[in-house]
Design a protein around this ligand. Sequence first.
Ligand code: TXA
Ligand code: MG
Length: 309
Amino acid sequence: MSILSPTPEAIQAAAKSIRDGKLVVIPTETVYGLAGNAMDEQAVQLIYDVKGRPNDNPLIVHVSQTEQAKAIVREWPEMAEKLAEKYWPGPLTLVLPKKPSVPDCVTGGKETVAIRIPKHPIALKVISEAGVPVAAPSANIFMALSPTKAQDIEPEIDLEVEFILDGGPCEVGLESTVLDLTQSSPQILRPGGISRAEIQAILGRPLGHVPPGSIRAPGMYPRHYAPKATVILVDKLESNMPGLTFEQSENNLQIEMPSDSKSYGVRLYGALRQLDLKQVDKIYVQRPPQSEQWEAVMDRLQKASTSLA
Ligand code: TXA
Ligand code: MG
């Protein structure tokens, strides 16, 4: 595999690859991203092709400074300013009306663009050196588990990119929260690294609720983030079941998960991947508590356990 340590030379090379219309895998604090120049239609199309992702599923645009975000949107509401001040760089993506200069292919033909400033120092360096906004969906094949360390990148992705920059294990482990600021009431389209409570505290108002199970945006599919094995949610694991438990593990295919939601999120994809590697055909997951803190984890577990049929 072409994994490089993040030396200054490798960071420069990654930035140059992006400027030249090529793809690289970069670490972020959430998950590893498949990165290309967001303003280059061919590079963006390559991202869709490599992932096998439908073209109507918009990509998140990553920038290194708030000014760079403002330069690609038609409006920068007060709410965006407050949230950016508090949570950028960080795992919060804001959906805003796009300027015409943002290619339609990045936004899946929509008039809005999703933007964030990632917190990982290597991602920030690559983006600022590249000098262009960077489209970066998770570096996995469409619908599969997102990679949370360099070694998780599948060969299908590895073969199509210049190289993978190793930034160590991801600190958050789940994707960013996607917040739509284009509606009269702000709405979470995808729960993630920043919680509903954290956003509400900054905005001083409750966020709209989208009915569970509804497809909230193009690209929000009922099945997603799924391991190869079938995921089944249960109240408690029986001693012979492979899976994720909050209790003491009773066989070597049971993984004990942390009881706080953030640490659980950090471990989740890695734990599912570990069981996939052991080639189990079912992964039983002990249902987490039904509180708001667990919203992002529950979202991923629900999507992972939805069958395509
Ligand atoms: O944590 C993350 O956000 C990771 C890392 C690599 O930064 N990136 C990521 O990107 O998850 P991506 O492109 O896979 O996320 C895209 C999701 C879409 O599925 C869609 O739900 C939402 O973000 N999205 C993107 N653009 C949108 C738009 N214009 N309107 C509504 N939702 C949008
Ligand atoms: Mg993804």
